[in-house]
Ligand binder design. Structure first.
Ligand code: FAD
Length: 431
């Protein structure tokens, strides 16, 4: 072995450092993207997922040009697993009158990468395959299911699982979502989650069902189009996925209308005590089963054609999501531990950027931990990751909050499309 004497003492071990050992907590969209970014740098990645199987929610998701560009560079092309382009955008008043009809085809050409819409399960499966496949560049990542993380020693890089197993790693990545446990080991206390004031009914419907009815067919017959209906305090967003065969519906409304027990700010108070497991479980349970009657009641004054569509839904698939927010963390990293995605910065869905920002976090991690990174340098490089990502992710998180605000005097406070095009049309990270 030759020793390069120009390097600082901490590096005088090997010419070519061994691959880093990286432990990722959580195999959601963010964790899997981090695994892909880091395996491509030649690192040894293991994901620890609390669920018995690694699955996603049955809903669709936007791949805006910023995050889609990252996936496309990794060879993940949404059109190969059901993704369709977003080529148009129609906004209506709640009663159905069209107020904006935007053609996105020229913007889609101007952006570096297309804006696409995919089913979350299809995306998750593709990310899982890319993270673990032998055919992809680097060392295949390993996913360990039924492996719940309960403790992280950030200084030593030791992750402890619920069954008592200890995992020693050069870097521990907390990608464990909005209810993150790893977050506690960055700051030593639970961050405060609170209700954003909104909830959403979500469900999928086969497009052919909508087309069979003469009242509902004209609303949704065009392919690749996003539609929105607005009232002052409620909105409906509909977009296609699965090659335009499936429609994804999101009915956003004040959470007091579907979660009566939370209207008194109970969620905000409870979040102070979230460290206790039983309350965590209760909080999660609020992402609960919805009913057609409930949607029709909350959206009683909306477009009759839209209400007719609701009556065609398979009620067992209708869910109510509590849209949470969180106070900004002072930092996302401590020594060998870094947070990513919703664990670091949970998003309201109003700009479709939560998963997109998790993807940007993942790509940034791959950039700051390139092949040949010395294990001793990991804490410093994780700080660099935070410096690169913190401002942008929180800025977009704030845009998302703003986009979710209700209308004032019959007008939206911001132009959602302008925000989307301005902020997300271009890549921030170059690889
Ligand atoms: P998660 O997807 O929550 O994954 C966390 C994983 O960690 C889970 O698998 C969980 O089981 C695991 N885990 C948790 N705790 C532990 C533990 N202790 N040990 C081991 N494993 C653990 N984003 C978009 O970009 N576009 C959209 O169109 C969009 N629409 C949305 C609509 C709604 C209504 C909502 C609520 C969100 C939407 N988002 C959207 C946001 C997006 O879903 C999230 O931001 C994204 O999924 C976050 O990914 P993540 O990997 O950070 O967390």
């Amino acid at each position: 072995m030759t020793i390069n004497k120009t390097l600082p003492e901490k590096h005088l071990v090997h010419d070519n450092p061994r691959p880093l050992k990286v432990a990722i907590v959580g195999a959601g969209i963010g964790g899997l993207c981090a695994a892909i970014a880091l395996r491509r740098q030649g690192h040894q990645v293991e994901l620890y997922e609390q669920s018995k199987s690694v699955t996603e929610t049955g809903a669709a998701i936007h791949l805006a040009p910023n995050s889609n560009g990252i996936l496309r560079r990794w060879g993940i092309l949404a059109e190969t697993f059901g993704g369709n382009n977003a080529d148009g955008f129609v906004e209506r008043m709640s009663t159905g009158e069209i107020i904006k009809d935007v053609d996105l085809t020229s913007l889609n050409k101007m952006w570096q990468h297309p804006w696409q819409l995919v089913h979350r399960v299809a995306l998750h499966n593709k990310l899982k395959e890319t993270a673990t496949s032998k055919a992809e560049p680097g060392i295949p990542a390993v996913i360990r299911t039924a492996s719940k993380a309960v403790h992280v020693d950030a200084e030593a890089g030791i992750l402890t699982l619920e069954d008592g197993t200890s995992v020693v790693a050069d870097a521990v990545i907390g990608a464990d979502g909005v209810y993150s446990r790893t977050r506690n080991f960055v700051h030593g206390k639970q961050a405060r989650l609170f209700s954003s004031g909104k909830a959403a009914f979500r469900f999928l419907l086969q497009k052919k069902t909508a087309l069979e009815d003469p009242l509902t067919a004209p609303l949704l017959e065009k392919d690749n189009v996003l539609s929105m209906w607005h009232a002052e305090d409620r909105r409906v967003v509909v977009y296609p996925c699965n090659h335009n065969e499936t429609l994804n519906f999101v009915f956003i409304h004040p959470d007091s209308e579907s979660h009566a027990t939370q209207s008194d700010g109970a969620l905000s108070l409870l979040s102070e005590y979230m460290a206790t497991e039983s309350l965590l479980i209760r909080l999660k349970a609020w992402n609960k089963q919805g009913s057609i009657d409930q949607v029709l009641k909350v959206f009683r004054d909306f477009d009759p054609a839209l209400k007719k569509l609701i009556s065609k839904v398979d009620e067992s698939e209708l869910k109510v999501w509590q849209l949470l927010d969180m106070e900004q963390l002072p930092s996302w990293t401590r020594m060998r531990l870094a947070l990513l995605g919703d664990a670091a910065h949970p998003f309201t869905p109003h700009q479709g950027q939560g998963a997109g920002q998790a993807m940007e976090d993942a790509a940034a991690l791959g950039t700051v931990l390139p092949k040949g990174t010395y294990p001793a340098d990991v804490p410093e490089r994780l700080q660099l990751y935070e410096r690169i990502r913190y401002k942008r992710a929180h800025m977009i998180q704030e845009y998302s909050r703003q986009a979710g605000r209700d209308w004032i005097n019959g007008k939206p406070q911001i132009d959602m499309m302008a925000y989307t095009a301005y902020n997300f049309g271009h890549d921030e990270i170059d690889h």
